[in-house]
Design a protein around this ligand. Sequence first.
Ligand code: AMP
Length: 146
Amino acid sequence: MMYSRILLAVDLTDESIKVANKAVALCKATGAELTILHVIESLNYAYGGDVPIDITDIQAQLQETAKERIAILEAQLDVPVQESCISQGGIESEIHRIAEEKRVDLIVVGSHGRHGLALLLGSTANGVLHGAPCDVLAVKVAKDKD
Ligand code: AMP
């Protein structure tokens, strides 16, 4: 078997289904188990650890919304999902951490055709690729189209 555990990282935007369907096709072809991960970027992390308000409620709400959206995504998939995880922290580092924890052998992410400054800064897919503990598949998602 080529892959036995696949980790699908989703940002839970509309394009997630396209990325998910590639992961599903691979699961069907290889018999791999599918785990879904969404990372809630912690506000402290995003704003340099210095948020002067209580963000507990906001984080809880983000968690609830993420749970609902993952359930909707799961229902659209053609294979059973082994596990769905929501974690908090830096996106790339959490994807790496969960990939190691779950001993996955493939990470599937979406990749955007980026231009200008965004290209310089690099995409999440780029960040995931560097330091990944296993193979990474970046599914081409054209953001400007459809
Ligand atoms: P981006 O470079 O931010 O446009 O994201 C590209 C891909 O990275 C997405 O299609 C997802 O596969 C992954 N990704 C981005 N944000 C998240 C997130 N918060 N949690 C999990 N995966 C994510």
